[in-house]
Design a binder for this molecule. Structure first.
Ligand code: NDP
Length: 246
């Protein structure tokens, strides 16, 4: 029996990058998986089709993280269509780049809405649907722990807030056996952070192992947290960044 057979999952921002890799991996481990997206309908549908080709139920749901009620509704739709919800992965995120002079209050509001507020909304909705032994995993960033360069204060703020949320929710949901953890990737090759982008040499120079991670690397860690071996891991922050923060 596959390790996640009989489980149902929702991954926010599962159309591309790390979220798509997580969705594929959870399905490869046997779970039914729904993915949300904001703009990339075709890509999200393609990921859902790949999941179905693995013999699992796959679903793509439009839900922009700027609209917390849409994100909560997506969680409820996934639970209704699958008949259960066991795993929530809060992955959708944006990377605003700019120094204090360049960033506005509007930038603050959008960043916190997408990267932080929607995580609270999705987690609240998911906790209402999960039975005992549920799993909530949020994708943070190694920049939540250390900020080595200028221009990333809003991003770091939005991800650092998830550390507190993760610890608090671990306490709130622990009595039900639901685990809540955060994974902090470092430089990982995606549209958001291409391995040949203008800042990529700078990022590699800070790594102990100077090569970009793959989305599948992060997916493997998330799948482990979602599985039975990790049932006692909660309130934890796990960094997967090639040693950038070492
Ligand atoms: P990508 O930009 O490659 O993909 C982002 C995903 O999030 C897409 O599926 C996108 O959907 C979705 N998304 C973006 N904005 C919204 C929104 N408003 N509502 C709903 N979905 C949205 O990013 P990555 O795969 O690189 O990043 C995934 C997560 O990992 C993010 O939280 C990011 O902060 C984090 N991370 C990434 C690192 C990296 O080096 N790549 C390092 C550390 C953390 P759509 O296709 O519809 O736009």
């Amino acid at each position: 029996m596959s390790r996640l057979e009989g489980k149902a999952a929702l991954v926010t921002g599962g159309s591309r990058g790390i979220g798509a890799a997580i969705a594929r991996r959870l399905a490869a481990d046997g779970a039914d998986v729904a993915v949300t997206y904001a703009r990339s309908a075709e890509k999200a549908e393609a990921v859902a089709a790949e999941i179905r080709a693995l013999g699992c139920k796959g679903l793509a749901i439009a839900a922009d993280n700027t609209d917390a009620s849409a994100v909560a509704a997506a969680v409820e739709k996934a639970a209704a269509d699958f008949g259960r919800l066991d795993i929530l992965v809060n992955n959708a995120g944006i990377f605003p780049y700019g120094t204090l002079e360049e960033m506005s209050l509007e930038d603050f509001d959008v960043t916190v809405a997408v990267n932080t507020r929607a995580v609270f909304a999705a987690s609240k909705a998911a906790a209402g649907q999960m039975g005992d032994d549920g799993r909530i995993v949020s994708i943070g960033s190694n920049l939540a722990e250390r900020v080595p360069w200028p221009g990333i204060s809003l991003y770091a703020l939005s991800k650092a807030a998830l550390i507190g949320l993760t610890k608090g929710l671990a306490r709130d949901l622990g009595p039900r056996g639901i685990t809540v953890n955060i994974v902090h990737p470092g430089s990982t090759e995606t549209d958001m952070n291409p391995a040949d982008g203008p800042q990529s040499d700078l990022q590699r120079s800070a790594m102990a192992i100077p090569r970009y991670g793959r989305p599948e690397d992060v997916a493997g860690l998330v799948a482990w947290l979602a599985g039975p071996e990790a049932r006692s891991v909660t309130g934890a922050a796990l960094t997967i960044d090639g040693g950038t923060n070492a």
